[in-house]
Design a protein around this ligand. Structure first.
Ligand SMILES: *[C@@H]1O[C@H](CO)[C@@H](O)[C@H](O)[C@H]1NC(C)=O
Ligand SMILES: *[C@@H]1O[C@H](CO)[C@@H](O)[C@H](O)[C@H]1NC(C)=O
Ligand SMILES: *[C@@H]1O[C@H](CO)[C@@H](O)[C@H](O)[C@H]1NC(C)=O
Ligand SMILES: *[C@@H]1O[C@H](CO)[C@@H](O)[C@H](O)[C@H]1NC(C)=O
Length: 412
């Protein structure tokens, strides 16, 4: 008491006291206390306490702000990170920003003939020895690949309003896929397909190319669910904002990003039903897969995934710089609902996966159920946690294969 009084006494008198100066009726009775209160300014103390509270409860504060202004927050975040909120379906000419020559010029060097490709017969041969150390293709689980799997690769490219990485950027990634000697189905706007067609013709693969024009968000598989995806993004903004988007940014800000991720399964289904190239195996591959860094072979022999009646997913272990996250085997609805704000779920890999066409058609039905259930809870995500949930729903359709986002290049 004495110490405090001494300390207080040494302080400068408060120039602007916060309490009114009028003496209280009790003033004379509690003279020493009032004296003390006047001398110690409460304001710095309150400031420190307030600050401490804010530090302790910043998550709650962010949550409250995010709940009050979700749309403003989303637009701000989208803008900040180079995305557009509510982009119109783009029918812009790609050639205005990116010539065919520019796209072709961006192709990296290939890794040469694929390990299990029989050049003379012009087909895959999964039993072909290709050097003295690695012979016939072996699978991690002992499953037997088809000897001569016939394969169709399916991809898509849309402008979803990413301003910091325009479509031309993705076409320069995509040229590595366009240059591969594979049957290829491409979904894109008619304007983008003009460039894709010329690039495929340049490499002599016109007859191995099936171009599928898409002209609106609504005509993309699951497109009618886009308004629900919007509502889910707005609904979960406060939760993701208060966790600083550790669960991923674009998938929780841009509904069109979620739509085209979910659509992969639907595009595959369309390609399987048309079966332009009379294939047994179908694989999804992102147009930007490998991000221009993965070295593609001239052909593609996904022997380790050419397994009858199965869909094969690349499912870790992740690259060294990634946290382990929720693995596909550990995913359940409980895990998803309890951790979707706090965990970035990127296993299995969404960039490339596939297998037997008949199994993919069964899988499409499971995936559709999963997507509807997530939306029912007013949540949305990219394809990776949804693939994991589909695996949880019916694991007998799948094989999980070790691998990360660049492993698709050499699936043998
Ligand atoms: C054979 O292939 C393996 C795997 O790609 C590679 O590590 C090895 O260097 C190759 N051996 C020769 C002699 O090319
Ligand atoms: C493409 O297929 C057509 C018939 O389907 C054939 O006439 C043409 O020669 C083929 N072109 C090439 C380059 O293989
Ligand atoms: C692809 O494989 C399936 C199943 O073996 C077969 O029915 C089909 O004819 C094959 N297609 C081609 C183009 O060889
Ligand atoms: C799960 O997949 C198997 C095929 O592997 C199928 O026979 C079964 O009907 C599927 N179950 C459900 C619930 O979809």
């Amino acid at each position: 008491m004495l110490n405090v009084e001494e300390h207080a006494g040494s302080e400068q008198p408060d120039p602007q006291p916060t309490s009114p100066r009028r003496p209280s009726p009790l003033a004379s009775a509690s003279q020493p206390l009032t004296h003390l209160r006047r001398r110690i300014s409460l304001r710095p103390l309150l400031c420190v306490c307030g600050l401490l509270l804010l530090v302790m409860m910043w998550r709650t504060c962010f949550y409250v702000i995010g709940s009050l202004f979700p749309e403003t927050g989303i637009v701000a975040f989208a803008h900040l990170y180079g995305w557009t909120w509510h982009p119109a379906f783009s029918r812009r000419s790609v050639e205005a920003s990116c010539s065919v020559d520019e796209v072709i010029g961006a192709a990296g060097r290939t890794a040469g003939t694929a390990p299990h490709y029989d050049v003379r017969a012009g087909r895959r041969d999964c039993q072909l020895p290709y050097n003295e150390t690695r012979h016939a293709c072996r699978t991690h689980d002992g499953a037997t690949p088809e000897r001569h799997p016939n394969v169709t690769v399916v991809t898509a490219l849309f402008d979803i309003g990413r301003t910091n990485r325009p479509l031309c950027h993705y076409l320069r990634y995509m040229v590595n896929l366009l240059r591969m000697d594979v049957n290829l189905v491409v979904y894109a706007s008619p304007e983008t397909l003009i460039v894709v067609e010329r690039v495929r013709a340049h490499y002599g693969f016109t007859n191995k190319t099936d171009l599928q024009a898409v002209i609106s968000w609504a005509s993309i598989p699951f497109g009618p669910l886009l308004p629900k995806m919007y509502s889910a993004v707005v609904n979960s903004f406060a939760g993701h904002f208060s966790h600083l988007f550790v669960a991923g940014l674009p998938e929780h800000i841009i509904p069109e990003y979620d739509l085209i991720n979910a659509a992969k399964v639907g595009f595959l289904r369309g390609a399987i039903e048309r079966n332009t190239f009379d294939s047994q195996f179908f694989f999804w591959m992102d147009a930007g897969a490998g991000h221009g860094k993965a070295k593609f072979y001239d052909q593609w022999c996904p022997c380790t995934a050419a397994i009858r009646d199965k869909v094969t997913l690349l499912a870790g272990p992740p690259e060294a710089d990634q946290p382990p996250g929720v693995t596909a085997e550990k995913m359940t609805w409980n895990v998803y609902f309890s951790q979707h704000f706090t965990e970035h779920m990127y296993c299995p890999v969404g960039a490339a996966w596939g297998g037997d066409g008949a199994a993919i058609l069964q899988f499409e039905a499971v995936f559709s159920k999963v997507l509807h259930n997530v939306l029912q809870h007013n949540l949305i995500d990219d394809d990776q946690p949804l693939l994991a949930l589909a695996y949880y729903e019916n694991s007998s359709l799948f094989r999980l294969m070790p691998g990360h986002s660049h492993s698709f290049v050499n699936m043998c």
